[in-house]
Design a binder for this molecule. Structure first.
Ligand code: GSH
Length: 206
């Protein structure tokens, strides 16, 4: 049997999508959560000096979205044809652009940088959120299935549903304009394997 190992810090962050794809697939995997203090000794041995990493029978793959694409393809949640796969990848890339845009807010919010969190929430986070959930809403509408692309779940549904769930906890007012994403999150998180993962994964603040 193939041995999958996901290495990341003890948070959801960029490591969570790999964990969730494996959980969705019902695939056993090693959930290797590296304490911050141990990271400097490990960093030089990694392909790009960063986490997450996926190991497949000892072979190492870096970059969260390369990992997600590989696993999604392995487990059939990368889109049902080349065109759907390209659409899925475009949403994943745009989601990364969104995270880059809102990074100044989250750095302050999580205590990694100094700044005015309220001002950043208003001036950086809220407009970027509205712009991007507006884009993603067009995909939901056009698919018409309750999923972002095609008629079945793909890995970008897992990505966006986790973000929506985080927002429902931390900034629920933002979602009022996008009730379709609350419905989307409920649909994605009602999958039995994902439900089990959400109930049993280690609790972390982000
Ligand atoms: N583009 C990379 C990906 O998506 O995997 C970014 C990875 C990344 O930024 N990793 C951070 C990290 O490893 C944690 S989220 N930080 C520790 C370091 O850079 O030493």
């Amino acid at each position: 049997m193939v041995h999958y190992k996901v290495s990341y810090f003890p948070i959801r962050g960029a490591g969570e999508i790999a964990r969730q794809i494996l959980a969705y697939a019902g695939q056993d995997f090693e959930d290797n959560r590296i304490p911050k203090e141990e990271w400097p000794a490990i960093k030089p041995s990694t392909p790009f000096g960063q986490l997450p990493l996926l190991e497949v029978d000892g072979k190492v793959l870096a970059q969260s979205h390369a990992i997600a694409r590989y696993l999604a393809r392995q487990f059939g949640i990368n889109g049902k044809c080349a065109w759907e796969e390209a659409q899925v990848n475009s949403i994943a890339d745009q989601y990364k652009d969104y995270l880059n845009e809102v990074r100044p807010f989250f750095m302050v919010k999580m205590g990694f940088a100094e700044g005015d969190a309220d001002a950043l929430a208003r001036d950086v986070f809220a407009p970027a959120f509205k712009k991007h959930y507006g884009f993603f809403a067009n995909f939901l509408k056009s698919a018409g299935s309750g999923y972002l692309v095609g008629d079945s779940l793909t890995f970008v549904d897992l990505l966006i549903a986790q973000h929506t769930a985080d927002l429902l906890t931390n900034s629920p007012a933002l979602l009022e304009e996008f009730p379709q994403f609350k419905a989307h999150q409920e649909k994605v998180h009602s999958n039995a394997n994902i439900k089990k993962w959400l109930e049993t994964r280690p609790e972390t603040p982000y």
